[in-house]
Design a binder for this molecule. Structure first.
Ligand code: ADP
Ligand code: MG
Length: 258
């Protein structure tokens, strides 16, 4: 069983700015196996965020197929999905996919613990005590046992992002998507978030990570994907990608960031 499979995914934005249509994903095919950590790299505007968002239904697709844990959720042609599935069923499958964004978007008037408890209570419908216990445990896992009653404004960016990771984990996803989780952080706070992600990876979480942290990719990634102008140009092991990339664009990009 693969955790995520996309085949021939295409997406065009029809410009609200009068600049006409913009083809953002061009025939993107990628399969992520259980426990893999796949890092997506590539220049700004390559379509990395859009691609992640299509996996979580935050973005629709025009063409292609999306499978989550071998369940075909979307088989689209000209924007029309031919998969007949009840919304509840699709939502249930999509609960397996957690996502962490560049901006943490915590609820400011709720404590760390309350932020993490929201989904177990409201979506998973756990009883209060169970949701609380589970959420405390998860906050411990991300190193925030001493911050459970703290409000986001009193947490550092790194701590806030760890709460955001805990919030996603509270849904008990089997796949985690990360979209530049450290790029809004001060440099000295990046390490603590990457450390939590490394721990998740060692615990066997399947992860798809968009990041400019090449050290993380080199150390943790099973495979690295290079995206450019809406296409995957190259996929390889970190050793291969960082030492002898085959594509000129990959080489140019790596030279500019390393
Ligand atoms: P990346 O994450 O690789 O930087 P994105 O997926 O965010 O790239 O964006 C790819 C392209 O799609 C960019 O040119 C961006 O401006 C455009 N884009 C993203 N979201 C929208 C949208 N909702 N409407 C129109 N254009 C968009
Ligand atoms: Mg992006």
């Amino acid at each position: 069983m693969s955790m995520i499979e996309t085949a021939g995914v295409c997406k065009t934005f029809h410009g609200s700015n009068g600049r006409g249509p913009l083809e953002v994903l061009k025939n993107v095919s990628l399969t992520v196996e259980p426990k893999e950590v796949v890092c997506i790299i590539g220049p700004s505007g390559a379509g990395k965020s859009t691609y992640l968002r299509t996996l979580n239904r935050l973005e629709t697709i025009d063409e292609g197929r999306i499978y989550i844990e071998d369940n075909l959720l979307f088989d689209c042609h000209r924007g029309v999905n031919s998969v007949k599935m009840h919304n509840d069923e699709r939502n249930k499958i999509l609960l397996e996919v957690g996502m962490v964004f560049q901006r943490f978007n915590l609820f400011p008037h709720k404590t760390a613990l309350e932020n993490v408890m929201l989904a177990p209570l409201n979506v998973r419908k756990f009883p209060f005590e169970e949701a609380r216990e589970k959420s405390v445990q998860i906050l411990e896992r991300v190193g925030l046992a001493d911050k459970i009653d703290t409000f986001p404004s009193q947490l550092s960016g790194g701590q806030q992002q760890r709460v955001a990771i805990a919030r996603a984990l509270a849904m008990e996803p089997r796949i985690m998507l990360f979209d530049e989780p450290t790029s809004a952080l001060d440099p000295e706070l990046v390490g603590e978030v990457l450390a939590v992600m490394k721990k998740l990876a060692s615990a066997g979480m399947t992860m798809l990570v968009v990041s400019h942290e090449m050290g993380f990719a080199r150390e943790v990634a099973s495979r690295v994907v290079f995206m450019f102008e809406g296409s995957i140009l190259e996929i390889g092991t970190p050793e291969k990608m960082f030492s002898s990339p085959e594509n000129d664009r990959t080489r140019q990009f790596l030279q500019s960031v390393l």
